[in-house]
Design a protein. Structure first.
Length: 337
């Protein structure tokens, strides 16, 4: 086979791989890659919707990729390789492993692509050109401060279970967990590390992979460790839904306060129903829309964006003094999923 023929064949194979792994909602113009942790979590579904809406308005193309599960770094590495080869102008990524993905991001930037982290910072954050995200530490602080005020008002001593994401301790996981603990008044020791606290109120940490089945298993594990758990922090609302099922099965659902982060419609509905006491609402549609707009602007004039805080709102129907919040009616008007 001649070198020319081999080159054409390789290009065709690469195109087929990209088509199989990714998909887009618009065609023509600037190619923007969207790489999310999964394609099943409603948060990332809404992010994809926002990217496609912005691309349609800008006359751009979005090609989206996702891992098989949260923590699937290799799928994101492969997606970046495909996007570089496909001539993308920029990549929007929610990293499954905010440290392990950095060499691939470095390669993309060296090839001239703009890389924007969405929702989850890279480690270091400077590895991306910019980050468009919720202030995840603040999101945790808000639910921590709310829980602290509620327990003080009720005159209860907390026994805290923390349902985190995965063992990788990615930035979003650490920031929410540590923000919650600090908001509640716990000495977090090293702010950049989960699980080094010595506060006797903490029953323990477990991981959920950010989904209901993981939330249920983690909750079951921590109930076995201490059946007296009465305050549960969860990394997100799918994990909170699983935790509630475990508590309900144990007959403890009325004795435990659950707090979470997301602001999806199912989660806010659970706030209204009393399943979740309070949640911090974030705005994935906005993250992706701004990301696509930034990439198309970069493709046009080479300008690079600044880091952008896309906002967070505490949603609860049990307002606490000194903690700013909105009710579930507001949450349902602004939710996603």
């Amino acid at each position: 086979m001649s070198r020319r023929a081999f080159g054409l064949t390789a290009a065709a194979v690469l195109a087929l791989v990209a088509a199989a792994c990714g998909n887009g909602g618009s065609s023509g113009g600037t190619l923007v890659g969207l790489v999310t942790k999964t394609d099943t979590n409603p948060f990332f579904v809404k992010m994809k919707e926002g990217a496609q809406q912005a691309a349609t308005s800008a006359g751009a193309t979005v090609q989206s990729f996702a891992g098989k599960q949260d923590g699937d770094n290799q799928a994101q590495v492969d997606a970046i390789e495909n996007l570089i080869a496909s001539g993308a102008k920029g990549i929007l990524i929610t990293p499954s492993d905010s440290k392990a993905i950095v060499p691939s991001v470095d390669k993309a930037r060296a090839a001239g692509l703009l890389v924007i982290a969405l929702d989850t910072q890279l480690e270091p954050a400077s590895a991306a050109d910019a980050t468009f995200a919720t202030d995840n530490f603040k999101a945790g602080q808000l639910i921590g401060a709310w829980a602290k005020a509620k327990f003080a008002k009720d005159g209860k001593q907390a026994k805290i279970a923390l349902l985190d994401l995965n063992p990788n301790q990615v930035s979003v996981d650490v920031q929410r967990d540590q923000g919650f603990l600090q908001g509640f008044g716990v000495d977090v020791k090293d702010k950049n590390k989960i699980g080094d606290e010595s506060d006797p109120r903490i029953v323990g940490h477990d991981v959920t992979n950010g989904d209901p089945s993981g939330g249920r298993t983690a909750m079951e594990n921590l109930l076995q460790k201490d059946p007296g758990v009465n305050l549960v922090y969860t990394i997100n609302e799918p994990a909170a839904a699983g935790a509630y099922e475990a508590l309900k099965a144990a007959g403890k659902e009325k004795d435990v306060v659950i707090v979470s982060v997301d602001g999806g419609c199912p989660g806010v509905t659970n706030v209204k129903a009393g399943v979740i006491g309070a949640t911090s609402q974030q705005y994935p549609l906005k993250m992706a829309q701004l990301g696509v707009e930034a990439v198309t602007k970069f493709a046009k004039d080479g300008s690079k964006p600044q880091d952008t805080d896309t906002g967070v709102t505490l949603i609860t129907d049990q307002p606490a003094e000194g903690v700013e919040s909105k009710d579930s009616a507001f949450g349902l008007q602004n939710c996603w999923g």
